[in-house]
Design a protein around this ligand. Sequence first.
Ligand code: MGD
Ligand code: MGD
Ligand code: SF4
Ligand code: MO
Length: 748
Amino acid sequence: MAQAEIRTKTCPLCEAMCGLRIQIEAGQVTKIRPNPKDVWSQGYMCPKGAALGELHHDPDRIRFPQIKREGRFVAVSWSEAFDEIHRRLPPIIESDGIEAMTVYFGNPVAHNFSLSRYAAAFIPMSNIPVTYSAGTVDQWPKNLSSALLFGGMWTFPIPDVDRCEYLIVMGANPHASQGSLLACADLLGRMDAIRERGGRVIVIDPRRTGTVEHADEWLAIRPGGDAALLMAWVNVLFEENRVDLGELEGRVEGLDRVALACRPFTPEAVVDRTGLAADDIRRIARELASADRAAVYGRIGTCNQEFGTLASWLVDVVNILTAHLDRPGCAMFANPIAWSLTSFRPPEFADGYSFGRWHSRVRGAPEVLGQFPASCLSEEIATPGPGRIRALLTIAGNPVLSTPGGDRLDKALPELDFMISIDNWINETTQHADVILPGQSVLEQPHYDEMIWSWAVRSAGKFSPALFDLPEGAWAEWEVLLMLAALVNGASPESIDLEALDQLFFTGLVAGFAQSPGSTIEGRDPAEIVALTPGCGPERILDFQIRTGPFGEGYGADPEGLTLAKVKAEPNGIDLGPMRPRLDQVISTKSGNVELAPEYILGDLPRLEESLECSQDGLQLISRRHVRSNNSWMHNAPALMTGKDRCTLLIHPEDARPRGLEDGMQAEVQSRAGRVEVAVEVTEEMRPGVVCLPHGFGHDRPGTRLAVASARPGICNNVLAPGDLVDHLSGNAQVNGIPVEVRLAGSG
Ligand SMILES: Nc1nc2c(c(=O)[nH]1)N[C@H]1C(S)=C(S)[C@@H](COP(=O)(O)OP(=O)(O)OC[C@H]3O[C@@H](n4cnc5c(=O)[nH]c(N)nc54)[C@H](O)[C@@H]3O)O[C@H]1N2
Ligand SMILES: Nc1nc2c(c(=O)[nH]1)N[C@H]1C(S)=C(S)[C@@H](COP(=O)(O)OP(=O)(O)OC[C@H]3O[C@@H](n4cnc5c(=O)[nH]c(N)nc54)[C@H](O)[C@@H]3O)O[C@H]1N2
Ligand code: SF4
Ligand SMILES: [Mo]
């Protein structure tokens, strides 16, 4: 019998970054438990972490490249796959130009050791001009507001939950999600701790989620009402002379413009739009203003909605006006051990941000931060004419299920001349590919999060080595990205020198950082730094990020400082304490101050004001997550799929009764985009007038290879999401607050 060994590993599935102990016997994962010694997560984990073994051993997971021949995928060698790409891709680009190719980046790119670092290599090296991503179905409004307020599109203030006394959670459900754009293991436990030390937690959500069980108060807001509510708080703060910038006095531009802009939004004026009582709105504004350590935290419910950018902006505005930015216990900026590549400002925005620099061919959608809404992809493939997309690469994404109108994309993808996917499964999207290049399982690759520590409540870090070898001859995903960038440029596989490409990318990073004002190696010779950083790939980049980070050895500046080797020597991680005030280090606006009132954002206020008058009859659909799902891609893990059906329509009894709907009955849900049939769950946890479906289901399409998921397929809620419903400023999808009709199935 082989000896059981127990290895530590950080779970990369979500932002909680839990430390796990993984028991392996004879090459099989036999047990996964939380690691109580992990300095960051301290013994916390959720059921998904326990499923990493099932994901790794999943017989449906692809381990070898696949080429589609006569409609069926056949496993081939890596060199055959690259030859096929070289044979088919360059002719398309030669005839239709590089504009004929695009990429869709999915969510796991952000969590994957290789992809998170080498996506930044692939984009400039491939020269592909327009890319798509899950970002425009997620946090694009926050990227936009942060770019304008603070100068960095990934500069997100986060609540310092461990020292906070008054926390408002808007449009987030950590009970399912475990926290987002807020890294903090056991967020619910930390919310409980706020209340145990005499503080207060308020949840604002159209649904009484599991998170509400950890709060003192639940405000059942109408979908999309957040910007109006936040504006009313701003109104009360100015009206009652409660605005207090605290230490930020003199550091905030545009206060007068905000004071003027909030005038129409009295608590009384927003009652209809928010569905909340004026007294509650006023009371909370006063409580916020008088709390010493407080923060408003907004997440996907404030982004994926009608006024995503206004709401995202206003969360920061309210924190600023109540002296709750950049102070302990309030909204703060994290200080990661290893800085993230996303902290570089793209050179195209060196002189400031501008939007709508180009427009999409079919819909005329303006680009925002380089992207069009994800829902544009299907029409850009399907609509003939010059500029049509002929070739697509998807990287760790499943837009057929995850993006609005994904059913149209499903129909458009077969029209492509060539499609490549880098993915571990043959799913609703990748089944359309001509070539699939497998990624690694979590356990086959090292791990150290690239971006997530940039919004973590403590300055911590930890490295996990790979626990299993790659299959013979397999390529790591960072190598695949470099290879593909060269193939897009027409190079033949045998002529490609990966080491040279990696060196080129790394040298560029070092040079860029050495030129950044205030960087720890400002003015140093990049060649010297490169020579002092051995190795290759993502580990070398990580070593560089740590050594030049705030606690790093700085290439000789502080011999006691951190290196990757020192981090590796601590398998339970390194923790260097809570966040500290650091606005001066993160701000990169032209004025050097917080730009509180960007014209671009204020320009959307008339639309918000108009919306106060609109009466909202009929039902509105919102989305939900579950702790045992992860977007669309973990429904093939048997341990996560036990128990009752999770793909149900939640509906309030007052809405169910007149429609003759009872628990378990089938309902027909119709929007102007599409129609689905789904079982209902009648529950008082919904605000009346609002119904709710999970996203990421709909695994009933032929052609996929997902035995467990397709046995309990559920329906895809994004069939109901009209692609043209977007937040006007960011182009981010509005997948919450979709007008729908619901009736007993077969009754209409
Ligand atoms: N209606 C509605 N729609 C939504 C949302 C919502 O709230 N409501 N939420 C949106 C949000 S926030 C997001 S982020 C998007 C997600 O949108 P996507 O990123 O497009 O979808 P995922 O389901 O995360 O798909 C991930 C893909 O990556 C693959 N994968 C997993 N791990 C790896 C890996 O390590 N390497 C590689 N190469 N592939 C891997 C999986 O097999 C899967 O194909 O969905 C969005 N869609
Ligand atoms: N288990 C699990 N964890 C995940 C994921 C997953 O799919 N499963 N996905 C990951 C990803 S990609 C992301 S982006 C994060 C997202 O993390 P969260 O933002 O916490 O996401 P949700 O759990 O969807 O919570 C969003 C909440 O917003 C509410 N809401 C909807 N519309 C509105 C509105 O108009 N106003 C307000 N105030 N609230 C509204 C919904 O009812 C819901 O409770 O989760 C991540 N973690
Ligand atoms: S909360 Fe669950 S999915 Fe997220 S990192 Fe921890 S174990 Fe993994
Ligand atoms: Mo997301």
